[in-house]
Each structure stands twice: as C-alpha cells, then as structure tokens.
Ligand binder design. Structure first.
Ligand SMILES: NC(=O)c1ccc[n+]([C@@H]2O[C@H](COP(=O)([O-])OP(=O)(O)OC[C@H]3O[C@@H](n4cnc5c(N)ncnc54)[C@H](O)[C@@H]3O)[C@@H](O)[C@H]2O)c1
Ligand SMILES: O=C(O)C(=O)C[C@]1(C(=O)O)C=C[C@@H](O)C=C1
Length: 366
C-alpha cells in the first residue's frame, strides 16, 4: 500500500474531518487539500494540521488527488461531481461518505464517471456536527459500506478496501440499492421516529414542562439522535424517500397492530412484542458500532454509613473482581446519589451484580 498520496476533500465536518484525521494518523506523509462552504472550517483544519492546503474553488489542484472524498450533505455531494469531472486523474478513486447511495450513483452514471466512483458510507457517527467534533477514532471498528460503480476495476476496489481497513474500519461491499433499503430501516426510519417522538412529547407536555423535567434514561436513549443536523437529514429523507416510505408503511402497520392488541387487552401479543424485540436486540453485537467502547457498569444505592465505598470495594476485591472506575454520581435518573462502578469486561460486571445482590445491595444495570 502506497504511503505517500494526495487526498482531496469537499466538505470537512464530523465525517470528512474524522477521515482526514485518520489519514494523517496512519499515513503521516499524506497530502490533504480541502474545499468547504465556509472558510472558517478549512482554516481550523489547516491550523490543527488536519489538512495541508485550502482550496477556495474546485480547480486543477484536484488533479493531484489519488482519492477524492465528498463529505458534504448527500445532495450537495452529487452536485460537485460535474465540477470535479475535468480534474479527475486516471486511477483516482472518487468516493463519498453520504448516508444515501442511489442518488449519487445515478448522477455518476449520468456524467459518465463510473470508472472512478466507489460509494462509501462509514456506519458510525453522532448527532454532533462540525470539524471540531471530528476524531480519527470515530471510524474504528465501524462497518464501512462500499458500493463500487459498474466500471471500477477490481484493483481499485481492492485498493480502496485496503485503505478503509488500514483506518481500522471494517469494509463491507454492497450494491447501492441494497445499501439504501438497509439504511432506510436501520438509520433513516429510526431518526424519523426519534424526532417525531420528541415533537410528540413537546406538543403533549404540560405548561410547566413536567414531561421534559422527568424524562429519564428510556426517553433519552431512544431520542439522542433527534438532536442531529436538520440540513443533513432533510437531504437524506429526500434522497431516499422511496425506501423510507416503504419501511415507514411497515412500521405504521405494526403500530396499528400494537394499538389493537392494547385496546383488546391482548396481553399475549404485548408480551410477545417485548419478548421478540428483546431477543433480537440482545443478539445484535455492540462491539462493531463505532468508537465508543462499551461500558460495563452497575449503579448501586449508597449505604448511608461511613466506609460504605470501602466495604463494597472489599467485597469485590476479595472475590477477584477488578474495578476500572468507581465514584458517586448525582443525576436525575436516580432519586438519591448512587455509586457508579465500572468493570473491564462483561463477565466481571455480571459476577459483581450477582454478588452484591447477595449482600443485599440494590443494583441497577444500565
Ligand atoms: N453524522 C453522521 O452520523 C454521519 C454518519 C455517516 C455518514 N454521514 C454523511 O456524511 C456527510 C457529512 O455529514 P457530517 O455529519 O460530517 O456533517 P457536518 O455538518 O459535520 O459536515 C458537513 C460539511 O459539509 C460542508 N458543506 C455543506 N454544504 C456544502 C456545500 N454546498 N459545499 C461544500 N461544503 C459544504 C460543511 O461546511 C461541513 O464542512 C453527509 O453526507 C452524511 O449523510 C453522516
Ligand atoms: O450515532 C449516531 O448518532 C448516528 O446517527 C449515526 C448514523 C446512524 O447510525 O444512523 C447516522 C447516519 C449515518 O449515515 C450513519 C450512522
């Protein structure tokens, strides 16, 4: 694998910035140039050593590039293809990071760029935006979907797959059609559900905001992504509307079934709903879902007496369970302060919870 090459970026926010940072981390000699909508972003990137050159326009400097990453919102990405076309050097891999693929593949076909284009989509991210939140670690252990266009050579696919793997992501080749159906179900619909749920609570809340005040783990877990960028999600929903409509229909039908079960007091169906979802959700690995390592934690009601923490730590230590972190937390999820204990691995957490319950501690697992 070449260690000196040139990469060009269009758009350099959370995802583009994270890829550029990862390239710099694993290929210190890489040359990176970038064009973004606002100069503030490229100036920040230059100051922080994330890029080497600012391009205020898309011009012949892009002819130096071995890779070009389109990292703006999905419809903007497609609109840059025509501008880049005159500057593509032979063998350059033109790629994007967009959350939808059909729209950009269609534009690639229309412009005759199929020998250059390999769609890309890192299945990692966050509700945060902007280069300030970008980190190389974001890609680690995350699936990275690749959708090669029909005229791209096998050698180019291999080269790009190797590059993605060298950034510690996990490459996965799909057709662009399959990608868009899959992401409609596991990413686009969930974002719509999260946002509509938040807005429902906003509209149903009392004037004094009681719902907002008492909203705890359940609501917060399922709605974190409702804080995502409206600009980005408007474009995703518009570009993948057909697939989203299809899974949304399925989802509405399933809600109607749940509604009937509730109205008819069909407890068997309601039990089945939670049992099936629990089993399927528990079978999904959390290990390949991005940079945030899974925390193996328990929370424990504090015994109101001197030496409470020491007593608990002694029970764990004498049973050979190592503690990674321990501390008192005060938050709205628990009525009183609780002790947060973090372990290095899942088995230690399970053993500790069992053991402490035997000693009559009240344990919460989150
Ligand atoms: N955020 C996520 O979780 C996530 C995950 C995977 C893929 N994606 C995809 O990555 C892409 C970028 O998302 P992000 O989260 O990095 O967003 P972001 O808002 O952090 O960054 C977007 C970048 O694009 C630039 N930009 C916007 N319009 C532009 C234009 N017309 N011309 C040039 N630059 C322009 C912005 O200046 C910014 O640098 C999107 O296509 C999105 O679908 C996002
Ligand atoms: O973790 C998040 O905040 C995300 O929304 C990441 C997420 C997703 O999982 O839906 C969002 C959009 C992308 O295209 C890929 C990943």
């Amino acid at each position: 694998m070449e260690t000196t090459f040139t990469a060009g970026f269009i758009g350099l926010g959370l995802i583009g910035g994270s890829i550029a940072r990862a390239l710099k981390k694993y290929y210190p000699d890489v040359q990176i140039l970038a064009h973004t909508r606002s100069r503030h972003t490229t100036e920040y990137a230059l100051e922080h050593g994330i890029i080497d050159e600012i391009c205020d326009t898309v011009d012949e400097r892009y002819h130096k590039c071995d890779y070009i990453f389109l990292c703006a919102p999905v419809e903007c990405n497609a609109s840059y293809l025509g501008l880049l076309k005159p500057y593509l050097k032979k063998g350059c891999i033109l790629t994007d990071v967009g959350s939808t693929k059909t729209n950009i593949h269609k534009k690639v076909e229309e412009l005759g760029l199929e020998e250059y284009f390999i769609g890309g989509h890192p299945m990692a991210g966050s509700e945060k935006t902007g280069i300030e939140n970008a980190k190389a670690l974001l890609l680690e252990n995350a699936y990275y979907v690749l959708t090669p266009a029909a005229k791209v050579t096998g050698e180019m696919v291999e080269r790009y797959r190797d590059l993605v793997a060298s950034l510690k992501a996990i490459p996965l080749i799909l057709t662009y059609e399959k990608h868009d159906y899959v992401t409609a179900a596991i990413s686009h619909l969930p974002h719509i559900i999260a946002s509509s749920l938040v807005n429902l609570v906003k509209d149903c809340d009392y004037e004094d905001g009681t719902m907002k005040k008492v909203a705890a783990g359940g609501f917060k877990d399922i709605t974190r992504i409702a804080s995502s960028s409206p600009e980005m999600w408007e474009q995703i929903c518009s570009a993948n509307s057909e697939n989203i409509l299809s899974v949304l229909d399925e989802y509405i039908n399933s809600l109607i079934e749940i509604k009937f079960s509730l109205a008819e007091h069909n407890t068997h169906c309601i039990h089945d709903l939670f049992e099936t979802s629990r089993d399927y959700r528990n079978s999904i690995s959390d290990s390949g879902s991005g940079p945030i390592p899974k925390a193996y934690s328990i929370y424990c009601d504090m015994v109101d007496e001197a030496g409470g923490i020491a007593a608990l730590a002694t029970i764990l230590a004498t049973n050979g369970i190592s503690i990674k972190n321990i501390g008192i937390v005060h938050n709205r999820e628990f009525e009183e302060a609780v002790l947060h204990v973090e372990f290095y691995e899942e088995m230690a957490k399970i053993k500790a919870a069992e053991l402490l319950r035997k000693y009559r501690y009240t344990i919460y697992e989150r």
